[in-house]
Design a protein around this ligand. Structure first.
Ligand code: FAD
Ligand code: FES
Length: 296
């Protein structure tokens, strides 16, 4: 595992340079960050923890793709740090990047794999789909979003999978309804050997019920609050099979049918007040700077 917490940077780099930044959909952005050692060691399913500047908080983001010395992050701007990240431009630097973190996805030959992504969770899917296919699996992709405006990486998933199905809650693209409906249809056609479901906690909770009756092995990638990402702070505690596990070192992927999603969702709301305050302060500061200043 390669870890970096220091601005001394890796391979002599001061900070981690943004190579490319653009908006993919409503409130969803991608940035390519130069981080050679992370890029060299990253595997499907892993994440990194970044801190934009010395005043910033640490947030975890999945390593969504790797190209040469750079890693891609795809994120939804939901609060102070992700909003600040969305304002960075090529040439800007992120102060700290630690990773790759977490256990990689278990990739081997299973037969038929189905990868279901919802919302910003789709970010994690192409890298898993490509790895599963490279291991000889036939891969079905299912991606879903609230509306066509929020849908990301459709072309990339189309290329990474043998077949791809799309759903939107409002019917503006693909099936009118949920990714869970499409998963039911795929299962009715043929029983998959392994399923990944990655998205908001409520989506993972509901969708994993689809595979429970047939006992189809199903993994979810959990997204609790994380701080250090190395098993030391305890903030990412989740309950799996009645036992406490740390998502950063024991996960983030776990057996969907053993996860207590209600505990996960309750813990995700722990700092709602503080997060709202941080976002208000960041927005007020940006306003005073006429929108041009990006530091919180
Ligand atoms: C392993 C892992 C991988 C993730 N990968 C992605 C990804 O690829 N793309 C993406 O859009 N999001 C991802 N997330 C979620 C992302 O970390 C949060 O959206 C981000 O931390 C929000 O920070 P904020 O300051 O912008 O928002 P805040 O206002 O601080 O919080 C908004 C929401 O994000 C959650 N959150 C806040 N801080 C953290 C934190 N330190 N760790 C986890 N959740 C937090 C809160 O529960 C809240 O619901 C991932 C989370 C985990 C645990
Ligand atoms: S994030 Fe601190 S223990 Fe997992």
């Amino acid at each position: 595992m390669t870890l970096r917490f220091s601005r001394q940077g890796e391979d002599g780099i001061l900070g981690y340079r943004i190579m490319e930044a653009r908006q993919l959909a409503e409130r969803i952005y991608q940035v390519w960050v130069e981080a050679p050692r992370v890029a060299r060691n990253a595997r499907a399913g892993q994440f990194l923890v970044l801190r934009i500047d010395e005043k910033g908080e640490r947030i975890p983001l999945t390593i969504s793709a790797v190209d040469g010395d750079s890693v891609r992050l795809v994120f939804m701007a939901v609060g102070k740090t992700t909003l600040q990240l969305s304002t960075l431009c090529p040439g800007d630097e992120i102060m700290d990047v630690a990773g790759p973190l977490g256990r990689p996805s278990e990739i081997r030959y299973f037969g038929h794999c189905v990868i279901v992504g919802g919302g910003a969770g789709i970010a994690c899917c192409p890298i898993i789909a490509r790895a599963a296919r490279a291991a000889g699996n036939r891969v079905t992709g299912i991606i879903g979003a609230r509306s066509a405006n929020f849908l990301i990486l459709e072309d990339e998933m189309g290329e990474a999978c043998d077949e791809l199905f799309v759903a939107t809650d409002d019917g503006t693209r693909g099936h009118h309804g949920f990714a869970a409906d499409l998963l039911k249809q795929v299962i009715a056609r043929e029983r998959p050997d392994r399923v990944w479901i990655i998205g908001p906690a409520i989506m993972m909770k509901v969708t994993s019920e689809v595979t429970r009756p047939d006992g189809i092995p199903t993994l979810v990638s959990l997204n609790p609050i994380m701080v250090d990402g190395t098993g030391m702070c305890g903030s990412c505690r989740v309950v799996v099979g009645g036992e406490t596990r740390f998502a950063c070192v024991d996960g983030p992927e776990f057996d969907a049918h053993r996860v207590d999603f209600d505990v996960l969702m309750a813990r995700q709301r722990t700092y709602t007040g503080e997060e709202k305050l941080a976002l208000e302060r960041f927005s007020a500061h940006r306003c005073r700077c006429g929108g041009s200043e990006s530091h919180g």
